[in-house]
Design a binder for this molecule. Structure first.
Ligand SMILES: Cc1cc2nc3c(=O)[nH]c(=O)nc-3n(C[C@H](O)[C@H](O)[C@H](O)COP(=O)(O)OP(=O)(O)OC[C@H]3O[C@@H](n4cnc5c(N)ncnc54)[C@H](O)[C@@H]3O)c2cc1C
Length: 289
């Protein structure tokens, strides 16, 4: 690893000042939160910035709160904060459970949700889960605020769709009602997940019928993806889901356009998708994986 090149750190007082700094420094400046991705890439000389704009100190950017029917999680909230948050554990336990299994405790204590999503590293756990949960990202730039769906924010591997002066301020996740069940499962051998899979089911009042399904697979494509075919196959009588799940897994794997790479063959990843989807369905319906 190379020694870090010299850079200046700036501490904006608020988001408006942060957006102005981003605009002012242009390609020479970057936002900086936990630094777990950014500083590593700078040490390897993959990224070069003379100015880092530290947004951790912007008041309220790490807040977590219920806002009407959504749970708002601030972009500067660390994975550890999300994992331990009483409100997340109570209102969106699957998010707390997912956060508890991101990386190691050192990365979780410093790395933020906003940094994870903005860096758009394909092996992201939160991106896959948030896609299945219907979470939206909020971004603030010089000219105002806008909302982006997860698949709008993630433009490709290591590529987000934020404008030069835009800052991710947080995500809004719909709080699940009593008839919604969600599971997130991942398979991991090395430092980062090889595959992540999220399934969210909306059941009818007596739990016998799956009214709506959302499923997403991540880590195996540049960005996580959903499959409309898989979702319509999963919807239907809950007690016969086992008979439809294999075809749904195939459809989800087709959508992910799997390729052979150093993490495994496309066939291996297809098999894992089938296994994790079946386990996620069992977890949603019976509470066990
Ligand atoms: C050893 C290791 C293991 C890991 N394992 C996992 C894993 O199992 N699962 C998983 O999901 N992730 C994993 N990660 C990724 C980890 O989640 C991220 O490194 C972390 O969340 C990044 O957050 P950060 O605050 O450190 O971002 P930084 O490094 O500070 O920033 C990353 C990028 O995001 C930009 N950025 C930061 N905040 C914002 C914002 N609010 N708005 C716009 N742009 C912003 C920065 O400009 C930079 O380009 C791992 C990382 C490491 C190093």
């Amino acid at each position: 690893m190379m020694p870090l090149r010299r850079f200046a750190i700036h501490r904006p007082a608020d988001l408006r000042e942060a957006a102005e700094m981003l605009d002012h420094y242009g390609e020479n400046g970057s936002l900086y939160a936990g630094g777990t991705e950014l500083l590593l890439a700078m040490r390897h000389d993959l990224l070069r910035y003379a100015h880092l704009i530290d947004i951790k100190t912007v008041a309220g950017l790490d807040g977590i709160e219920r806002r009407d029917e959504h749970l708002h999680i601030g972009a500067a909230a660390t994975h550890r904060t999300i994992e331990r948050s009483a409100v997340v554990r109570e209102q969106l336990p699957v998010m707390a459970e997912m956060a508890a299994n991101v990386a190691n405790v050192r990365v979780r204590a410093t790395g933020t949700l906003g940094g994870n999503l903005a860096f758009a590293e394909p092996h992201s756990d939160p991106a896959t889960l948030l896609l299945a949960l219907g979470g939206n990202a909020r971004a603030q730039g010089k000219s105002g605020e806008r909302t982006l769906a997860m698949d709008e924010l993630l433009a490709g591997a290591y590529e987000n769709s934020l404008a030069q002066d835009e800052i991710l301020t947080g995500v809004d996740v719909p709080v699940p009602g009593p008839s919604q069940r969600t599971a997130y499962l991942k398979f991991q051998v090395h430092e980062r997940p090889l595959l992540g899979l999220a399934l969210s089911l909306e059941l009818d009042d007596d739990g016998g019928v799956i009214r709506e399904a959302r499923c997403a697979v991540g880590c195996v494509s540049p960005t996580p993806c959903r499959s409309a075919t898989a979702e319509s196959l999963i919807a239907g009588p809950a007690d016969s889901l086992e008979q439809r799940i294999e075809e749904a897994g195939e459809a989800l794997a087709d959508e992910a356009a799997l390729t052979d790479d150093r993490e495994g063959s496309a066939e291996y990843k297809r098999h894992l998708i089938g296994v994790l989807l079946r386990r996620a369905a069992r977890k949603c319906l019976n509470g066990n994986g």
